[in-house]
Design a protein around this ligand. Structure first.
Ligand code: ACO
Length: 322
């Protein structure tokens, strides 16, 4: 049975930066409140580029870095909660844009856990004979789902995309994975709610903006994420001390510090870039991973935990040897 290894990583964020001070001109908030409650200082906001545009830019970067041709890719999975459209899948658009003619392409919807869910789906598919080379991308344009007058959500999110190229290998690289879903808490984070007409013929549905019970999600994350990481490490037969880096979903710097405390691990093992990008949902982990690898902070042979949490509610952890 094959494992996979990461061949290359890449991230793309929109050029436009919106600072906390700029947001405080638009709504009743302040740089001090946002920084102290979340760690966010600025975010990148897409002007004109949709989710598949950012994802395709990541795809092109991944191919250029690896030397693979587009035709080498067997599988494209995009994790997103902000697709361009209900159909086609964002991944299908990416396939078309990069010319990956024979790839199978589809999306995974698990909000901020999406990247880990997509990697886990790719893991299963890469054990099948047909699939040897996969592109897994987390891409979000959350700015199009935000109510820019709602300070309780608008200050938290940003746009961006990141991804990895995976190739099968006989070596043991995927040490463990753990996915969990909590549908009884599904109303705690809702975006893009559709309506069904009460009459026939009804109006075309209008989707709702992002809404979240922030306190409930905070409490959920600080308990469910450490539990998920502990379960995965135990199943993999490794101790947390053997983990070199914890690449956590960047939703709130306070959540990351709390998870580090609960796992009794030094904060130095938990890289943070939420200050620059805000919460980019499914894109946050691959963006952070790509940055850490580019800066030489994450090196070949090291053991990495990738852990996400969010809408669903969901949690997902995967432990890999890079
Ligand atoms: N600026 C100023 N004041 C604000 C703002 C703002 N942007 N937003 C809320 N407030 C006010 C509130 O109105 C409240 O005022 P009150 O005390 O007068 O009622 C006060 O600040 C405290 O509000 P809380 O919501 O209790 O603030 P909290 O410390 O919980 O921080 C936050 C809010 C940052 C959202 C936090 O709860 C959090 O990070 N939760 C987790 C969110 C998360 O992780 N989401 C990830 C999943 S998202 C996904 O899946 C895509």
């Amino acid at each position: 049975m094959n494992d996979w290894k990461i061949i290359s990583t890449a991230a793309v964020v929109p050029e436009k930066i919106v600072t906390n001070d700029e947001l405080s001109q638009m709504m009743d908030t302040s740089d001090e409140w946002i920084k102290s409650r979340t760690g966010i200082e600025r975010r990148h906001i897409s002007i004109g580029q949709n989710t598949s545009d950012l994802a395709a830019a990541v795809g092109r970067k991944l191919l250029a870095q690896s030397g693979w041709a587009a035709g080498d890719v067997d599988l494209i999975i995009v994790a997103t909660m902000s697709p361009d459209s209900y159909t086609p899948a964002t991944a299908a658009r990416v396939q078309g844009k990069i010319g990956a003619d024979h790839a199978v392409a589809f999306d995974v919807s698990a909000a901020c856990s999406g990247f880990v869910y997509a990697l886990t789906v790719a893991s299963a598919m890469l054990k099948l004979p047909y699939f040897n080379r996969a592109m897994v991308i987390g891409s979000e344009v959350l700015s199009k789902l935000l109510d820019w007058h709602d300070r309780s959500t608008a200050v938290l999110f940003g746009d961006g995309a990141g991804g990895v190229l995976l190739s099968t290998t006989p070596d043991h690289h995927v040490l463990g994975a753990d996915l969990a879903s909590f549908g009884d808490l599904s109303e705690k984070i809702v975006a893009g709610q559709t309506t069904v007409a009460a009459d026939f013929p009804g109006p075309v549905t209008e989707v709702t903006p992002f809404a979240m019970d922030g306190r409930a999600v905070y409490k959920f994350a600080t308990h469910a994420v450490p539990a998920s990481i502990r379960r995965t490490a135990a199943d993999a037969g490794i101790s947390l001390d053997q983990v070199d880096h914890f690449i956590l979903h960047q939703a709130n710097a306070r959540i990351i510090r709390q998870v580090a405390r609960r796992l009794d691990q030094p904060l130095t093992k938990f890289p943070i870039n939420i200050n620059e990008y805000g919460n980019t949902s499914a894109a946050s982990e691959p963006i952070l991973l790509a940055e850490c690898i580019e800066k030489g902070m994450v090196r070949r042979g090291e053991t990495i935990v990738l852990a996400g949490f969010g809408g669903g509610l969901t949690t997902g952890t995967i432990i890999i040897k890079y």
